[in-house]
Design a protein around this ligand. Sequence first.
Ligand code: FPP
Length: 255
Amino acid sequence: MTKTVSIEKPDRLPRHLAIIMDGNGRWAKRRFMPRIMGHRQGAKAVKEIVTACRELGIPYLTLYAFSKENWSRPREEVDALMDLLYDYLQREVDELLGNRIRLRAIGELYRLPERVRNLLFETLERTSKNYEMQLVLALSYGSRSEIADAARRIAEKCAKGVLSPPEVDEETFASFLYTSDIPDPDLIIRTSGEQRLSNFLLFQAAYSEFYITETLWPDFDRKELLKALQDYSMRERRFGRTSDQIFLRCTGSES
Ligand code: FPP
C-alpha cells in the first residue's frame, strides 16, 4: 500500500524556516536548457514559497539565494543571477508591501553590483515597517566569514576596553552576527538531495532540524513545502534533553 502524505496545514510550524535552494542547474540540464533557465524557474518557485509561507503564518523565512562562493561561477551566470535578483525586487515590491512582508538581507552586500545594491537597500527601507513576516535573503553570504567578522569586531571592542573577554558568551557572540535580531532557524530544508550545509548559518543551525528532499528547487512547490512541514511537525526537538523531560515539560509536570 502506498503511504499517503497529509498536506493539510501542520499543527506545529517552524517560527523560522531556512531553505538552501539547490538544483536549478540540474533542472535545466535535464531539459537540455542553459543553466539560467533553471535559475529563472527557481525564481518562480521563490514567489510560490514566499506566498505559501505568508499564508501559513511562518514569521521568518530565509532563502540562500547567492553564496560568497557563487562569485566564482562563470561571469555570465553571475550576471544572470544578479539580473534575476534585480527583476525579482522590482516585480515583487508591491506584493511584499501588500502582504506586509519585511525584506531583510544578510551577507557581504557591498559586493553586489551597484544597481542591485541600490534597489535592494531601497526595498529594505520601503518594507522596513512591515511586521507580518520577515523574508531574509542570504546574498553574497558565507557563514565562516560572518563568524570571523564577528570575532574580529569583538576583539576590537575588547582591545578598546568597551567589552571584556568574560562578557563574550554565546548570546554576546550571536549579537555580532548578521542575524542578531532573527531567531535561529527551526527547520532547514535543502532541495536536490545534497546533504551538506554549504557555509550556511553554521552558528545559528546548532539545533535546527534538517529536511532534505530529492526534489530540485524549481520543482519545489507548495505541496512539497507542506510535506516538509508535516515531517517537521512530527519531530521531537529535545535540545539535549531526554524524551521524558520533554514530555513532562509539555504536560506542565516538570519540577
Ligand atoms: C543553486 O542551484 C542555486 C543558486 C546558486 C541560485 C539560487 C537562485 C534562485 C533560486 C533564483 C533567484 C533568487 C531570487 C531570490 C529571485 P545550482 O545552480 O547550484 O544547481 P545545480 O547544483 O543543479 O547546478
